[in-house]
Design a protein around this ligand. Structure first.
Ligand SMILES: C[S@@+](CC[C@H](N)C(=O)[O-])C[C@H]1O[C@@H](n2cnc3c(N)ncnc32)[C@H](O)[C@@H]1O
Length: 474
């Protein structure tokens, strides 16, 4: 007889019943605003498509709606920097932490080239291909790792290496950076790969030995066309008449842009070092608990930035646990908190996590589903357990660094495994309450046709929620 699991989602239902009055369908926050989509046509933000990002519109909406005047803003999962740059445009002093060198490179480049000599850039762009063509001796600047080998057509790979050799010869560092950045942003378009969440998908034309259904990614752009187009876009956006930031400064001559501060590293390490009661606002979106692997998705970009196999593997482990490969970090965290003399805080976080009955139920249920081989990967239970534990640390730190009456806005999706819904929004908000935040609202994104707030009436029956949480420090 096949053993089945009878699950009564009692604790999750109780948590749902307790927080139900905080859930509100937000018709003004559609999928486009909460995802990167709304940035696609936005000058400056459109330079690099960071699919996992949210839009500048979302950031500006929350800052203008909930903060009377600009202050200090933080994003501990800064990605490509939407929070930081949108905040900067509104006069905020913004700080961000990002682990992946991909996001840090985008932010640092954007920050550095804001006041570039545009006429000089136009001149270099005009003669670019003539100069690259003159390069006869070049080094293999791109050193592939196993998961990126043969990602580019041979002629593209040669051109890419020549291009990078030419970049190194340019004396003006800002111009050099823009050129390096322009090629960085189009790597997917000139490759045989397509970003696909857990892995890169490979086009049938690549040299790889591919099994399974053939995949045709469509047109693969030529390196010259793709870089030329990107440079033109950057030049257009930086030219004064196109530049929204300059325009805004012109309208508000007294408002000087405050420089953004970018910290490269893990927020699990960096947040504990930050001052208490310092930030007025946090707007952030952590990785979701959905097995999405940033280090594989951005493997081409990581290799382009000079990361080798070990470095990529190390990044994968250091990230917030959101893939089945992530190992537990609890000993590491205990060590970190001990070293900085904050073991009490470590213990408090562990208590909050262990006292969460909904969390205990989720962990128990996943272990049972695992035992019955109902999960399609045996490490899902470990990933979920560690995802929430690490987020519990992040939330405790976010509460500590936020000033009294300051806000935290978090974008995240719920998930479902083995048919069981995991209410990420409710569990994380419950943690937040334990660390001194008040849950103001959990804005639920409108779904397809027929969705209404009445449908939220009972736990686990509907499509998983995609939410924006609004917490205020007491
Ligand atoms: C959903 S994305 C944020 C995107 C961002 N809101 C934007 O608009 O560009 C989550 C980010 O968290 C980063 N991340 C994952 N683990 C991290 C950690 N431990 N510390 C800091 N950043 C981390 C990922 O690299 C990713 O860029």
């Amino acid at each position: 007889m096949i053993e089945t699991l009878e699950i009564f989602p009692t604790e999750r239902q109780l948590l749902f019943d307790r927080l139900n009055n905080k859930l509100e369908t937000a018709f003004n926050l559609n999928r486009k605003v909460v995802s990167f989509q709304a940035n696609k046509e936005e000058p400056l933000y459109r330079w690099f498509k960071y699919k996992e990002g949210f839009s500048s519109t979302l950031v500006k909406y929350f800052l203008s709606e909930y903060a009377p005047k600009p202050g200090k803003l933080l994003d501990p999962f800064a990605g490509a920097g939407t929070t930081l740059f949108a905040g900067q445009e509104l006069g905020w002093q913004a700080e961000g932490i990002e682990l992946l060198p991909v996001g840090s490179f985008v932010m640092e480049t954007r920050d550095a080239i804001n006041d570039i000599e545009i006429e000089k850039l136009k001149q270099v762009a005009k003669n670019l291909w003539k100069e690259v063509d003159k390069i006869k001796k070049y080094k293999n600047e791109i050193v592939h790792i196993s998961i990126t080998k043969d990602a580019f057509p041979e002629e593209t790979e040669i051109l890419l290496n020549k291009y990078l050799t030419y970049c190194k010869k340019i004396k003006d560092i800002k111009i050099q950076t823009v050129l390096k950045f322009a090629a960085f942003t189009i790597l997917e378009q000139i490759s045989y790969t397509r970003k696909d969440g857990q892995y890169l998908r490979w086009d049938y034309r690549s040299k790889r030995d591919l099994s399974g259904k053939q995949f045709d990614k469509g047109k693969i752009l030529s390196f010259v066309d793709a870089v030329t187009h990107k440079l033109q876009q950057i030049i257009d956006d930086l030219s004064p008449n196109q530049n929204i930031s300059l325009f805004e400064q012109f309208e508000n001559p007294n408002r000087k842009k405050k420089p953004v501060k970018i910290i490269s590293g893990s927020c699990l390490d960096e947040l504990p070092k930050m001052k208490s009661n310092y930030f007025d606002f946090i707007i952030t979106s952590p990785p979701y608990c959905n097995r999405y692997d940033y280090t594989r998705t951005y493997a081409l970009e990581l290799v382009y930035l000079g990361n080798n196999n070990d470095q990529v593997r190390n990044l994968r482990q250091t990230m917030l646990s959101c893939t089945v490969e992530n190992k537990e970090k609890v000993d590491y965290l205990k060590n970190t908190y001990t070293k900085i003399g904050k073991i009490d805080q470590f213990e408090k976080v562990m208590r909050v996590y262990n006292n969460s009955l909904a969390m205990t139920e989720v962990n128990y249920m996943l272990d049972e589903l695992n035992r019955l081989e109902k999960l399609n990967n045996s490490n899902i239970a470990r990933m979920v357990k560690n995802y929430f534990l690490e987020m519990c640390f992040v939330i405790s730190e976010m509460a500590r660094v936020t000033k009294s009456t300051g806000y935290c806005v978090m974008v995240n999706d719920n998930v479902r495994y083995g048919g069981e819904e995991i209410p990420v929004d409710l569990i994380l908000s419950d943690f937040a309450e334990n660390f001194g935040f008040e849950i103001k609202k959990i804005f639920v994104l409108p779904k397809g046709k027929g969705n209404s707030s009445q449908q939220m009436g009972s736990f686990g029956r509907t499509e998983v929620r995609k939410c924006v949480y609004l917490w205020q420090k007491k």
